[in-house]
Design a binder for this molecule. Structure first.
Ligand code: GAP
Length: 446
């Protein structure tokens, strides 16, 4: 973990937020390379969930959430962690994270009884700081998917099964944020709510568990470091009929990377009840009378159904950490240490570095700049002009940040328009016509 944290800071992947003011616990910023890797990871999820399927729509909803949503979703009552105080040093800890029932700060076992601590952040809405004028920062992206269920159904004419996907921020006032970006207070989730006919939920639950494992393996996560933990009945979230935690062997231990839950009709049902209680137009769902916001009319039978929901919910930060952990390695080459980030090319922050062999040679720099501009226009991600003048150092730097290919423009390029292409993983170099680089890169990145 120390090596990863140090690489992240040194090379601009992740910074402590507000560092110059002493930071903010459990909150991080992503630097020039971190933002690229994070965006690539999210784009890969979005592509596999939305573009490569024909039964999923995407949304991007607000973070500020009407408190009623989180009342009826059950979060106000149950989204809590058990908190204990140490009577000796006043440290606060999660009761379920204690070892031998001792305070992790001072080792005392003089602790209070656990009491529930709600993890949701509240904020004021409007100019008056009074009672009801508050909203929550959403603790999961899922609820706005449920509250938009009717909008999406009406605007897309979907029938079951179909899903709604969303990537976005969520906020949790974790008692003890820790292990770098593993447990943070401001996080990002990639969530799919997949709506199915009641009775078909078990089949789809199994389907999504398998799909998600395949996806993580495609991101470079080794299957040996993944394991499935079936959450026991008494530990299930209030909405869940069954849940598995997809666990990953992180540097600090094996913990949850993604959760896949069968949420049944709990959320849509609960929000429908809320609507009828509030006497908004929604009618209840039975007997074909429904105008309900949160049910769907089956095309064959005309019956109104409240679908069951299968939810794969992954954390971007935990994915980021797992992928870095998989990719990071050090090795000895000709008596020198080389650090390599062997990221899958589609995740690499920089796809190719274009390097003029000599920094001050105007002709080489122009050739390299033209090549960079041409490749950049193809939309394959970031192509960087690396004009540092030291080819050895450039290679090492790009190995360390995971750039799959370095393309060197040298004196031979001036004569025959060929360039040297160096592969990050094998360190092998080949000579190719500059014209062919775009195609080569395209095939390499796929
Ligand atoms: N909508 C379901 C849901 O939110 P969850 O298991 O509480 O379920 C889903 O969270 C995923 O979000 C987790 O598997 C994890 O990857 C990520 N996650 C949750 N809390 C987190 C935190 N404090 N820091 C980083 N990631 C977190």
């Amino acid at each position: 973990m120390e090596d990863l944290v140090s690489l992240c800071k040194r090379r601009g992947f992740i910074f402590q937020t507000n560092e110059i003011y002493g930071g903010l616990q459990g909150v991080y910023d992503y630097g020039p390379l971190g933002v690229e890797l994070k965006n690539n990871l999210k784009a890969s999820w979005w592509s596999s969930m939305v573009y490569e399927r024909d039964d999923v729509e995407g949304i991007d909803s607000a973070i500020l959430t009407n408190s009623s949503v989180l009342k009826y979703s059950g979060h106000e009552d149950t989204f809590t962690d058990p908190l204990v105080d140490c009577r000796k040093c006043n440290a606060r800890s999660r009761a379920d994270h204690l070892k031998d029932n001792k305070c992790p700060s001072c080792g005392s076992n003089d602790l209070t009884n656990p009491r529930p601590f709600n993890l949701m952040f509240k904020t004021n809405i409007g100019p008056v700081e009074e009672g009801a004028s508050f909203a929550y920062l959403r603790p999961e992206t899922a609820q706005q998917i449920f509250t938009n269920f009717k909008n999406v159904c009406d605007s897309t004419s979907r029938s079951l099964p179909f899903g709604i996907a969303q990537i976005g921020k969520a906020f949790r006032n974790e008692v003890t944020p820790r292990n770098f970006i593993f447990r943070v207070r401001e996080l990002e989730q990639m969530e799919l709510e997949f709506f199915v006919k009641p009775g078909e939920d078990e089949k789809w639950y199994k389907f999504w568990i398998e799909e998600r494992i395949k996806w993580w393996v495609n991101q470079g996560v080794s299957e040996e470091r993944l394991e499935i933990y079936k959450v026991p009945q008494k530990e299930l979230a209030h909405y869940s009929k069954s849940t598995i935690d997809l666990m990953y062997k992180f540097p600090h231990g094996t913990e949850e990377l993604e959760g896949i839950a069968n949420r049944t009709d709990f959320d849509l049902g609960s929000h429908s009840k809320n609507q009828s209680e509030l006497n908004i137009k929604a009618k209840v769902i039975k007997n074909n009378e429904s105008n309900s916001k949160l049910a769907i009319q089956e095309k064959e039978t005309n019956e109104w159904v409240v679908p069951y929901v299968i939810e794969p919910s992954a954390g971007v930060e935990r994915g980021f950490l797992a992928i870095l952990n998989e990719a990071y390695r050090t090795e000895e080459v000709n008596g020198k240490n080389r650090t390599v980030l062997a990221l899958k090319p589609h995740l690499a922050p920089i796809k190719a570095a274009i390097i003029p062999l000599k920094r001050n040679d105007q002709e080489l720099v122009t050739l390299a700049t033209n090549l960079k501009t041409k490749l950049q226009k193809l939309g394959m991600g970031r192509i960087l002009l690396e004009n540092s003048g030291n080819i050895g150092k450039s290679y090492r730097r790009h190995d360390e940040v995971g750039t799959p290919l370095c393309v060197t423009v040298d004196f031979q390029t001036q004569e025959d328009n060929t360039v040297t292409v160096r592969d990050r993983d094998t360190m092998k170099q080949i000579r190719l016509p500059a014209e062919g680089i775009a195609q080569y890169l395209k095939e390499y990145l796929n």
